[in-house]
Design a protein around this ligand. Sequence first.
Ligand code: CP
Length: 318
Amino acid sequence: MSIMKQVKLTNFVSVEGLTNDEVMALITRAEAFKQGKAHLELATDVYAANLFFENSTRTKSSFQMAESKLGMKQIVFDPQSSSVKKGETLYDTLLTLNAVGVDLAVIRHPQNEYYQELLNLPANSHLNIGVVNAGDGSGQHPSQCLLDLMTIYEHFGHFQGLKVAIIGDLTNSRVARSNMEMLTQLGAEVYFSGPKYWFTEEFEHYGQYLPVDDLVDQMDVVMLLRVQHERHQDDANEAQFDAAQYHAQYGINQARYDRLQDNAIIMHPGPINRGVELASNLVEAPKSMFFQQMQNGVFARMAMIEAVLRGRKLGGLN
Ligand code: CP
């Protein structure tokens, strides 16, 4: 039996820079948490605050659940009722939470790479808090990536040679960015589809664009992305957007579902626009993995947080 090295990080803000061995160690650890074969005993209290400056259901609740299962204590933070509303900066908010005893901050923020100022600190900074990125603008979504990889690995047992289509609102998707990088690094072949105007130059490096109907019967994984209308203020195509037309052209309907390979799966980070990315009656279909993704999110996030607890020697871990 091979012994996997324990991943240790002082912060977990991106999947960029993770080696394949580290990804596999995190997936293995997440699976051990899921199977009840791993358990953390914290020797001292560790306090987490979850700072969500953008809406969330899955990521926020599963980070809360992950922290609870790891035996951590949570400090409630609500941006709407906090001094952020008085103009307090993110850095000063974290200085404050850190000063009252918070060890780890899980942060979702609309600004890409908001975390840079929290990691690249001046020499005289008092800030000493672990940062876990729960999604930054259209940048990275490392915990979604890890839970997606875990779900794919559970189903196929490997990544090498798998064909994965990422379909939809690519431009605005931090899920697409995290996943295309790691899937490619792990040996999968990535393809893209959806409205062509969302397939910009940065995606060409990772895979080719093909029409949905050319992809569905060739893919092992069909990964659908939500159309993120809330990020389309500057999208010239938003005024012409038609949900029924999108569904007909790019969505997974019954006819396309029936063309999927026997062992193929459909994934979606959620929330799903029913009848747009996916026909409503297919949300709970056998090839739809959304509930497994959500369940795996708890265990993938436990593995991520554990890596930071060990990286910072919190709770007596090392
Ligand atoms: N997948 C995802 O990030 O969902 P939430 O926005 O509900 O957290």
